[in-house]
Design a protein around this ligand. Structure first.
Ligand code: GLN
Length: 494
């Protein structure tokens, strides 16, 4: 029984809990038992909260027993990336500098999920301050890919992606600044949505690069992704970049199929070197299937997308160097005592931050410094405008853009960790949509010859999350991409 529950969609779990066919407690226990078996080996969680999960599940069951109407995510176990603030529960961002930090407040998304009667099961591992593409930059331990423990789950939200793929949680939240939801989703064979910039409040999300950061859902189906997105989207006055145009996705609309929609393929981007044959092949197979189902496929151009990585790796570190100035040993987490204030700052930051974070602070400080500001930071902002215009233009002739999420399937643990440039180049397909601020979805599109998952990407007009999910939903009918589970999620099953 317990394993059957962990295989169910969030939608069916919530319906069962609301209808009294399953108790929230029984659901929580099933997922907690699964995570007991696998989470240590996967390194998916930095901090699990089983007692709180059982307590909130019981409270939900008690409210149902009293005849109260339960929320859209009634009893659904949800994992949260560890850069999302949870009141009284450790929030470290995978960093030593925030070790022991317990925020005094909940992030907006946490409030929203609580109101929807979700059950939190813990905080997931991530690259330190969300800087990375493999979750190897966590100061605590790396996360492993549930499909092959010798490989990375992607990053920076690798723990969230692994937890959902391994059925340790039905849903999870991550954050995406340059691909950190979409890329791990692709590597782990689950859905990952980066909403339109401004669709989801960043209140309580620890800032990395504020003009790019968005919180996004992980799920195993298009409908579950929509349910989670619906719960967290919408205007919040506490985030001044939060937009009133955001609107929930209609589950019914997801069933409309792809007939009549135009998918634009940026051929120049697809021609990039280093794209693995199995990724190209999956992409071509899916394109043909969309065309057979009635979509129109056209070529589009994103002429400036080739500059996206260079642009991002100036803007994101610049913003990070400013955002991370607050970790000074005074207000949060780690403090290394020393003789005077200046040496205390130095010692705290020196010991508290890892190599990648230091590299970004150095890069960003340099790009912002007098004399270099115009050449680097301002230059990057200008190119960002050109990239944004490319998307506006391409999305005039096409309803959505369609291309891969990553140039390869999941790479090996240790393979790129000593080569920052190789790690950065891996973001070639995820960064352009981040710079443009448009919504982008990674959906499971099947498996490569060695059984590793492959994700493909749909990018839409601002606030067109529904169109992206509708197209991906149609693709679910073609194979086992959303139903096949990694072997580790079957271990110990009755
Ligand atoms: N891999 C990218 C980086 O290292 C993206 C990270 C993210 O989206 N948080 O910055």
């Amino acid at each position: 029984m317990s394993d059957a529950l962990t295989d169910r969609t969030a939608e069916s779990i919530a319906a069962a809990v609301r209808g009294g066919e399953a108790s929230a407690e029984e659901v929580a226990r099933a997922f907690l038992a699964r995570a007991d078996r696998t989470s240590k080996r996967l390194g998916s969680f930095l901090h699990r909260t089983p007692e709180q999960a059982i307590a909130s599940a019981r409270a939900i069951d008690a409210r149902r027993a009293k005849g109260e109407r339960l929320g859209a995510l009634a009893g659904v176990p949800v994992a949260l990336k560890d850069n999302i603030c949870t009141r009284g529960v450790p929030t470290t961002c995978g960093s030593r500098i925030l070790e022991g930090y317990r925020p005094p407040y909940d992030a907006h998304v946490v409030e929203r999920l609580r109101a929807a009667d979700a059950v939190f099961v813990g905080k997931t591992n991530c690259d330190e301050f969300a800087m990375g593409s493999s979750t190897e930059n966590s100061a605590y331990f790396p996360t492993r890919n549930p499909w092959d423990l010798a490989r990375v789950p992607g990053g920076s939200s690798g723990g969230s992606a692994a937890a959902v793929a391994a059925r340790e949680a039905a849903l999870a939240l991550g954050s995406d600044t340059g691909g950190s939801v979409r890329q791990p989703a692709a590597f782990c064979g689950v859905y990952g949505l980066k909403p339109t910039y401004g669709a989801v409040s960043r209140y309580g999300l620890v800032a990395f690069a504020s003009s790019l950061d968005q919180i996004g859902p992980f799920a195993r189906t298009a409908r579950d992704t929509a349910l989670l997105y619906d719960a967290i989207q919408g205007r919040d006055e506490r985030d001044m970049t939060s937009r009133p145009e955001a609107r929930p996705v209609s589950l019914d609309a997801l069933e409309q199929g792809v007939r009549g929609l135009t998918l634009g393929v940026p051929r120049d981007l697809l021609a990039a070197e280093g794209v693995a044959p199995e990724i190209r092949e999956r992409f071509e197979v899916a394109s043909r299937a969309f065309a057979d189902a009635g979509a129109k496929i056209v070529d589009v151009a994103l002429p400036h997308a080739q500059y996206a990585i260079a642009t991002y790796y100036l803007i994101a570190p610049a913003e990070a160097s400013s955002n991370l100035a607050r970790y000074d040993g005074v207000r949060y987490g780690l403090r290394v005592p020393d003789l005077d204030l200046a040496t205390m700052y130095e010692a705290t930051r020196g010991q508290g931050f890892g190599r990648e974070v230091k590299r970004r602070i150095l890069l960003g400080t340099y790009a912002l410094s007098a004399g270099y500001y115009d050449a680097y930071y301002l230059g990057a902002q200008r190119v960002r405008t050109l990239i944004r215009r490319d998307f506006t233009e391409a999305l005039r002739s096409a309803d959505v853009l369609f291309f891969p999420v990553t140039p390869t399937t999941a790479f090996g643990i240790g393979e790129k960790v000593d080569d920052p440039l190789a790690m950065y180049l891996n973001d070639i397909y995820s960064i352009p949509a981040s710079l443009a601020g448009v919504p982008a979805l990674s959906f499971p599109a099947g498996f490569g010859p060695t059984g590793l998952p492959i994700g493909l990407q749909l990018v839409g007009r601002p606030f067109a999350e529904e169109t992206l999910l509708r197209i991906a939903r149609a693709a679910e009918a073609w194979g086992d991409a959303t139903t096949r589970a990694p072997a580790i999620a079957r271990e110990g099953a009755a």
